[in-house]
Design a binder for this molecule. Structure first.
Ligand SMILES: Cc1ncc(COP(=O)(O)O)c(C=O)c1O
Length: 380
């Protein structure tokens, strides 16, 4: 009998979006242009932000956000240890220090009650990461930021869309950074967006996203454009192509529908996995709406061997992942800052039991039943 395989992720790309991308490819204009501009306009409206800048990754958005606030060498940015490499590496780019914080057991988000004790004279910013698309406790984060005059840069890579107390993520912090990587809620293959209310920061991010060239460099190939430009700072090459933006526009149009399908799949997992001893299912707090980018379960390590379960599922053709190996356990951060495993006890313990199951809009009930049956069989 043929072995079943359930991928970790399967993107949903509509025929309409394939046609839109093909149209751009035939248009003679492939790089940043009117599609990128249109995507920015629509995305800003979708997340309730004022200015949106389309970029070639979420990492680029985080990097430019820190550049825009003028982060300096030796300054500090507070962020959770449970996150992806990108959130901290961008701080390192400035020779600044990522100061790690433990997370909450229920959402895996930064523990807002532990932020204030990490603040020093050198702290410039807090970077909450909305784990799996579940918003952090943003009222508390913003209150702390106001009190200590800090900037809040949200890592919203998992959040298209997510809501905190009915406010869309994108309308809360000072700069919010989204990712459109291949397996994210909406995708442009690779891509990202930085959203802010602050015009000065927006202009700076825009300039630095294209080599630090003077503003009119964007239109230098237009009919009205001029060949002349000036280098105003040493910038980066982070702009989004129109090919990617054409896909982004359609993904955004389909975003609520994709979100509904993920939510339905989450409800099915909740139902199918209920009552398995030693298993903790992901939560959604009542005042939040998660984007449900990830369905991360936790096993009680004393009862269930996580690594064996992952291998057992892999042998059954089910691809899983682990989100995330906390930053403080990685050689680079451990060696540079001398972290010990137990410095962040909640993150460490959660990581030891963590498995992320396949979750994507087109996952079928049959596929989910198969996953749940295998987990139940292993756990009993
Ligand atoms: C929490 C988090 N932040 C940032 C990023 C970076 O996004 P990108 O891959 O678009 O650069 C990712 C990507 O996986 C992520 O998971």
């Amino acid at each position: 009998m043929k072995q079943k395989t359930i991928p970790f992720y399967r993107p949903v790309i509509s025929e309409k979006s394939v046609k839109a991308v093909a149209k751009v490819m035939r248009s003679g204009w492939l790089t940043t242009g009117k599609y990128a501009q249109e995507f920015e306009k629509r995305f800003a409206a979708y997340v309730g932000g004022k200015y949106a800048l389309a970029l070639n990754s979420g990492t680029a958005a985080l990097h430019l956000a820190l550049d825009a606030i003028g982060l300096k060498a030796g300054e500090e940015v507070i962020l959770p240890t449970t996150t992806f490499a990108a959130s901290a590496e961008v701080v390192e780019y400035f020779n600044a220090k990522p100061v790690l914080c433990d997370v909450r057991r229920d959402t895996q988000n930064i523990d807002e009650t532990k932020i204030e004790r990490l603040i020093t004279k050198r702290t410039r910013a807090i970077m909450p990461v909305h784990f799996g698309g579940h918003p952090c406790e943003m009222n508390a984060v913003m209150r702390i930021a106001r009190k200590h005059r800090l900037v809040v840069i949200e890592d919203a890579a998992h959040c298209t869309p997510a809501y905190y107390r009915k406010r869309p993520v994108g309308s809360i912090g000072h700069i919010t950074c989204f990712s459109f990587y291949a397996n994210k809620c909406i995708t442009t293959g690779e891509g990202g967006m930085a959203v802010t209310e602050n015009r000065r920061w927006f202009e700076r991010m825009k300039m630095m996203s294209l080599h630090g060239l003077s503003r009119d460099a964007w239109s230098r190939y237009d009919k009205k454009g001029s060949w002349y430009y000036e280098i105003l700072d040493r910038g980066y090459k982070y702009n989004m192509t129109d090919v990617a933006a054409a896909l982004g526009i359609h993904q955004l149009e389909e975003s609520n529908g994709l979100w509904d399908r993920r939510r339905k799949a989450v409800e099915r997992y909740h139902r199918l996995l209920k009552g398995i001893p030693g298993l903790r299912l992901p939560a959604e707090l009542p005042h939040c709406k998660s984007a449900w980018h990830l369905y991360s379960i936790r096993v009680a390590p004393a009862q269930i061997n996580r690594d064996k379960l992952i291998r057992f599922l892999a042998e059954a053709g089910i691809k899983t992942s682990v989100h995330f190996i906390p930053l403080h356990l990685h050689p680079f951060y451990r060696n540079k800052y001398g972290y010990q495993e137990k410095d962040f006890p909640v993150a460490f313990e959660s990581f030891q039991g963590s498995i992320t199951l396949p979750l994507f809009p087109s996952i079928t009930e049959k596929e989910q039943r198969y996953v749940a049956d295998k987990i139940r069989a292993f756990c009993s």
